[in-house]
Design a protein. Structure first.
Length: 369
């Protein structure tokens, strides 16, 4: 007999509708994974294509590159390195970008085609208007680098294409992020803001992952929140910062990708490789399964619900006509009897017949007092 039927039978509640607590439908979190190949191809088109194949087969959704000209990106005499020069010895941004920014337009077209052929999305970060114009026909989404989150001319150029835009927020203050958010709010583009620490490599203690929560609470709800990572995988290849980003609800996760973490160069030493990414994708699948739907699954707990929940029993022999008091009753685990949730509805009822100590209370034994 259901609770509502029992209550109505005793005449204590006239409304048969059970009160319910509204719950938000929570979907399993499966973030898009961006493998930031960047310039780890070191100017080799063949290596770039190999990296695309590796990232795709490991489970990346997007392979991202960087499109720039050193002359339109960094000053020749005043652009010092901000990376670990023991890993990448070049001490000038201009010199580094001159060395790495060697791909021609035809190379990027070839890369975009190769991405399509292996079934992964192509993306490349433009660092100037000319690069944005060139990339527009080949990308379905734009990425703005951390150092350009305040670059209003470039942002407005990218927004003008009407496509989704991802902003990394490394080295930006909350006020600067707010200003960019106000700027993009005037456009209809789908926008994602990525928490990022612009430090190469970033120590795990400096990852400041709670900024994901800060961005979510601070920014307009129409903006998605993601994470761009510069923490080196540990010796086992585990990427704890990415795991934290997943549990904090990042909808996009980006990390540099390489085929050789021991290689000297700008973005190899803090990157993930095929094994690291594959392991993380498997972890994501398991974690996503573990997260479930956000609502209690009573079906798999049916046996426990029926046998481990408490029901009402009599503490002593009681005569017919006795009005039940609290001290007459005891809640015990059992699969028969009135559920303990009906305790208050049971107390005060009158026994229709004699009952024995240790026997379960049943609705048929009771009448409205």
């Amino acid at each position: 007999m259901s609770r509502d039927t029992a209550i109505n039978r005793l005449g204590r509640v006239t409304n048969s509708r059970e009160d319910t607590i509204p719950t938000e439908n929570v979907e399993s979190l499966r973030p898009r994974i961006i493998a930031e190949i960047g310039v780890n191809h070191e100017g080799s088109l063949d290596r770039a294509k190999k990296l695309i194949e590796l990232a795709s087969s490991a489970g990346a959704n997007v392979c991202k590159f960087q499109t720039y000209s050193a002359d339109s990106l960094a000053a020749k005499e005043a652009s010092p390195a901000y990376w670990d020069t023991s890993k990448e010895p070049t001490r000038s941004q201009y010199d580094l970008f001159s060395k790495l920014g060697t791909f021609k337009d035809s190379d990027y077209i070839s890369i975009a085609t190769h991405c399509a052929n292996v079934g992964v999305e192509f993306m490349s970060t433009p660092f100037d208007d000319e690069a944005a114009e060139f990339l527009n026909p080949y990308v379905s989404e734009f990425k703005i680098a951390s150092a350009d989150v305040t670059n209003i001319p470039l942002i407005e150029k990218v927004l003008s294409f009407g496509k989704p835009v991802i902003f990394s927020t490394g080295a930006a203050s909350l006020e600067e992020i707010d200003e960019t958010a106000r700027l993009v709010a005037h456009h209809s583009n789908s926008v994602t803001f990525m928490h990022c620490v612009l430090n190469y490599p970033t120590k795990l203690a400096d990852a400041n992952m709670s900024c994901i929560r800060t961005l979510r609470s601070r920014l307009d709800r129409r903006f998605r929140i993601g994470y761009s990572d510069h923490v080196a995988p540990d010796q086992t290849g585990r990427m704890e910062s990415l795991e934290a980003a997943y549990f904090l609800g990042a909808t996009v996760i980006e990390k540099h990708f390489t085929d050789d973490k021991s290689a000297r160069g700008n973005d190899h030493y803090h990157a993930m490789d095929f094994d690291d990414l594959k392991r993380f994708v498997i972890w994501i699948e398991r974690a996503s399964e573990m997260m479930g739907t956000g609502e209690p699954n009573l079906e798999i707990q049916k046996v426990a619900r029926e046998n481990a929940r408490r029901r009402i029993f009599y503490r002593s022999d009681l005569p017919a006509g006795h009005v039940l008091r609290q001290q007459d009753l005891i809640p015990l685990r059992a699969n028969i009897g009135i559920e303990v949730s009906m305790w208050k509805e049971t107390v005060g009822t009158r026994l229709k017949s004699e009952v024995l100590n240790g026997s379960p209370a049943l609705w048929d034994q009771l009448s409205k007092n």
